[in-house]
Design a protein around this ligand. Sequence first.
Ligand SMILES: Nc1nc2c(ncn2[C@@H]2O[C@H](COP(=O)(O)OP(=O)(O)OP(=O)(O)O)[C@@H](O)[C@H]2O)c(=O)[nH]1
Ligand SMILES: [Mg+2]
Length: 703
Amino acid sequence: MAQAELEKLRNVGILGHGGCGKTSLGEAMLFAAGATQRLGKVQDGTSVLDHEPEEIKHQVSISTAFHSLAWNKYPVTLIDTPGYAAFLSDSINCMRGFNSAVFVLNPAVGLRVEAERLWARANEDRVSRLLFVSKMDHEQANVQERIAPLLEGLEAKGIYLQMPLGTEVNFKGVVDLLSMKAFVYNGDSGKFTEGEIPAELKDSAEEWRQKMVEDISESDDELLEKFLDGKELTTEELKKAVRDGTRERKLFPILFGSPLRQVGIAQLLDAVLDYLPSPVEAVEAEGENPTNGEAVKRKTDANAPFSAYVFKTLIDPFAGKLSIMRVMSGKIASDITCYVPNRQLREKVGHLFRLEGKKQEAVKEAFAGEIVAAAKFKDIATGDTLCDEKAPIKYEDPVHFSPNISFALEPKSKADEDKLPQGLHRIREEDQTIELHRDEETRDFILSGMGQQHIEIVVEKLKRKYGAEVVLKAPKVPYKETIRGSASAQGRQKKQTGGHGQFGDTWIKVEPLPHGAGFEFVDKIVGGAIPRNFIPAVEKGIREAMAGGYLAGYPMVDVRATLYDGSYHDVDSSDMAFRIAASMGFKNAVEKAKPVLLEPVMNMEVSVPDECMGDVIGDLNSRRGKVLGMDTKGHIQVIKSRVPMSEVLKYAQDLRSITSGRGEFHMEFAHYEELPPHLAEKVIKEAKARKAGEQEGEHKAHG
Ligand SMILES: Nc1nc2c(ncn2[C@@H]2O[C@H](COP(=O)(O)OP(=O)(O)OP(=O)(O)O)[C@@H](O)[C@H]2O)c(=O)[nH]1
Ligand SMILES: [Mg+2]
C-alpha cells in the first residue's frame, strides 16, 4: 500500500459479547461495500467470516476472521473476533493487531462479563471505538434508558450521534444529529433515501441534538467556553471534537442499526472513516531493546527499520501455516530475513497474503500499519516479534490464559492414538490455550482448555483436520493419599525355592509430613543390620509402594519413612528381596498410621448477573463449596469460592443451565484437602471394583 493509501486505511476490529451480532455486522458491512456479492448469514452457514466447519455447525465464531472492503475509496480491514468466553483469548490477543474497533452492544441483554473483559483490554491496548447498538429490530422504545447502565458499567462517555427511527419491526433508519438528516431504509433491501426529518419527530431530534452538542462540548475546553457563551458550534467544530475525542478514547460515538435487515450500515461505515484512526496515526509502539532491556519506541512509519508482531497463527488446509502479523514499522517483503530477537531465530519470508475470509490474496509486500499473513514459517509462533537484526526490538508478550477445565480423551483405536499428539500439536500452534498431557497414574490423555465447548470443538477439529477420533470422558479426579498418624512395622521377605533363596528383613517407621512436603527417606541403620549396598533397594521399594497407594491406588504424599532396623542373609539377600521387604514393611506401617484420601480443591471465580446470584451460591453450597467473598462489577457479581474438583467436573454445562448462558467462570487448582469419610469410602469401593475388573480382564486375557 502506498503512503497515501496507508493514511486512509482503517483496521477495524468488531468486538462485543458472545452472540451480540458481530459476524452479522461484518457481513452486512462487506455486502454494503460490495466486497461480497450476497449477504452472508450466520444462521444459514453462508458467512464468509464464520467459515470454519465447526463455526458453521455451532453458529458461533471460534476464531478471529479477516476480510477487506473499500468504502468511498478508503481501504478497510475488518477483524471479526469471537465473543463467547471460551474463545475470548483469541479476541483479546488479536487486539494487538488493530487500533480501531466497532464495539457492539445489545441493550436488551445488558452488560455481559465478556464485554467487560474486552472493553478493559481495548483500553489497555489503546483501541479507539465506536459503539454500535445492534439488533435494533429487537429493541423496544426508550433504548437510551437501557444503554445508560451499559455506559456506566464500561465507564465510557458515550455520545449519541444518531437518533433511531422507529423501534422493533418498525425500525427503519436513523437521524444523523450532526447534519440533521434522516436516512430512511426501504425494507430489508439495504437501500435508503436521505431526506428531511419526519415532521412528528423534529422536536425529539432537536432534543437529542441539544444533548449531543452539550456532551461534545464538554470534551473540549474551547468548545465548552463557546457553548456556555451561548454561541453556535459549527458542524465542522463538532465533528473535529468527536474525531479527536474518539482517537484519544475520551469519547465513544453511539450509532444504531440492524445488520440482519441491513439498516444503518452505510452510516456506520461513514463513521468508521470519519472518526476512527488509521493505523499510521497510532501512537508510537513501545517495545524493548532485547540487547540491553531498555525501552524503545517505534513510529508506524514505512521508512523506519522493519518490525512486526505476530498476533495469530492459522493452519490453513491449502496454504499451510499462516503467521498473521501487524507490521509495526518499516516494510516486509517476500525475500527478507526476519529476526526473532528473544529466540535468536532467523527465518526467510516466503509468500505473503492478505486474508479474505477463508481465501487469501497474494501480496508482494506490506508496510507499517498493515495486517499481513506470512506462509510457512517453521518456528515463528504467535507472540513473536519479527524485526531487522540491525535494529532489534521486542514487543510485549501475548496475554497468557490458563485452561480452566480438563477432560480425559480416549482414542477410538490405536491408529487414532498415534495421530493424537501430532494433531493436537498442530491445533496448539493456532490455539495456545489448550494443553495435553498424559496422566501418570491413569495413563489417560488429559486435554485442558477454556471451557467445555472449547474442548468439544478441539475434539471435532482433531477428527476433521488430523483424522484422530477420540471420545471425551470426564477426567478421573487425581486423588492422593497420606497418613495422619505415625506407626512402625516389619516387612520380611523369605522364600526358599530351589537353589538360592530370597531374604530381606526391614523395620520401617512412617510419620506424616506437612502439606506439600512430598516424601522423605531416612536411613538410621547402624552396626550393619542391613549392609549399605541394599539401602537404595529399600528406598526404591518404599517409593514404589508410595506410588501405588494403600487405600485406593492413588499416590501417597507427605510421608517420612525411616528405616531403623532389619536383618539379612549372607547368601540369600538381594536388592530384589529388600525391595519387596521394604514395600511390605511400608504398607504394614501405613495400615496402622491412619491412612486417608486427599482430594483436589479448586479456586473458582463465577461471574453472573445480579438476578442469578442466589441460585449460583445455593448450587455452590450443594457442591460442598465455600464462598470466600463477592465483588460487584456493575450488574455483575463475582463470586469467589473454593470447591472440590470432583464436584465441578461438568460445571460449564451446569452453570449454563442455571444462568441461561449468562454466567462465566474460571477455576484453578488451589490445594489438597482430606476427603470426608463417607465419600472416601465410596472412592475406595470404586477403586476395589476397578481393580477386581482389571484382574478379571487379565485372567481372561491369559486364559
Ligand atoms: N433480530 C436480529 N438478529 C440478529 C441481528 N444480527 C444478528 N442477529 C442474530 O444474532 C445471532 C448471533 O449473531 P452473530 O452475528 O453470529 O453474533 P456474533 O456476535 O458474531 O457471535 P459470536 O461471534 O459467536 O460471539 C444470530 O442468530 C443472528 O442471526 C439483527 O440485526 N437482528
Ligand atoms: Mg461471530
